[in-house]
Design a protein around this ligand. Sequence first.
Ligand code: SF4
Length: 359
Amino acid sequence: MRAYNGSVTISTDNSPVIGLGMPRILSAPGRLKDTPVAGAKRVLLAAPRGYCAGVDRAVIAVEKALEHYGAPVYVRKQIVHNTHVVAELEHQGAIFVDEVDEVPPGSHIVFSAHGVSPAVVNAAAERGLQAIDATCPLVTKVHREAVRFARDDFEILLIGHEGHEEVEGTAGEAPEHTTLVGSPDEADTIMVRNPEKVVWLSQTTLSVDETMETVRRLRKRFPLLQDPPSDDICYATQNRQVAIKKVATDSDLVIVVGSANSSNSVRLVEVALEYGAKAAYRVDYASEVKQEWLDGVNTVGVTSGASVPEELVDELLAALADAGYGAVTPVKTAEEDLIFSLPKELRKDLKGSRAARPE
Ligand code: SF4
């Protein structure tokens, strides 16, 4: 994703306009009114927020693939769960498909950051596709755990949301050994073959608190339940939840930038409400903020999900400044400096082309 250069095209009627070379909806200046409230107005800006290392890597992988192989490059499912990012990559020549049988044989296909099951990898190979696996390495770690525990004949209780691509990919590593647990309530009713050989794993983007409640209830029923070797809920999900907890305590309103299908963005709204925000909403774009949300609000907490480029937060802050919330205080709870290298298939091809290039 190109770095945001601070200059954007603003539509005056809130209609889609061409901004950084793609269709997008920007908030019109002055759309939100600066209405009086008792006391000062301010924004608390959570940090960390926005892009994680896995999303950054996946988006760059598609961009590099387009640059190196030329358009079109096919991508199975949304590369990351963000409407804006997907629209921008489509504009650059990426074609998003649901399944590999929609892709012409011989084409390049990128697997999304959420991961794929071995069945998808095999189907792509059988079709003669050239696959670039942009699965986040932290999702791959959970896949490896699933394979290992299944090999040792454990029953895997996979905590996650039914139908989420990541859950389908992880469960697909060992379908015969995996039972999905969708909520703490489900932990009270699921059945296992052998209560002495059970382990729990989880989706990487869940609420930490709710997952621990699910585990507590599972362990009450299955005292020999094993923990994963290390946290499955990833560092980025955890860090964003810790930051919004701190922000929410002092906020009348929390706005989370993120898409409806982004699990970690939706969890941030839930966590904000649990930790004291009087109201919390998720928006894809600043243009979705409603004037009435700001009625009587002194402090607005702002954060963004792990698949959200910072330019969308900048636009929200600009819209809030129009409404009198120009004083922004960062609330930082962790430093992040993790970077993942590009998928190995892409690194190999990029290296090959550099070697072939005449001096
Ligand atoms: S949210 Fe976590 S698991 Fe998902 S892509 Fe980002 S770092 Fe990887």
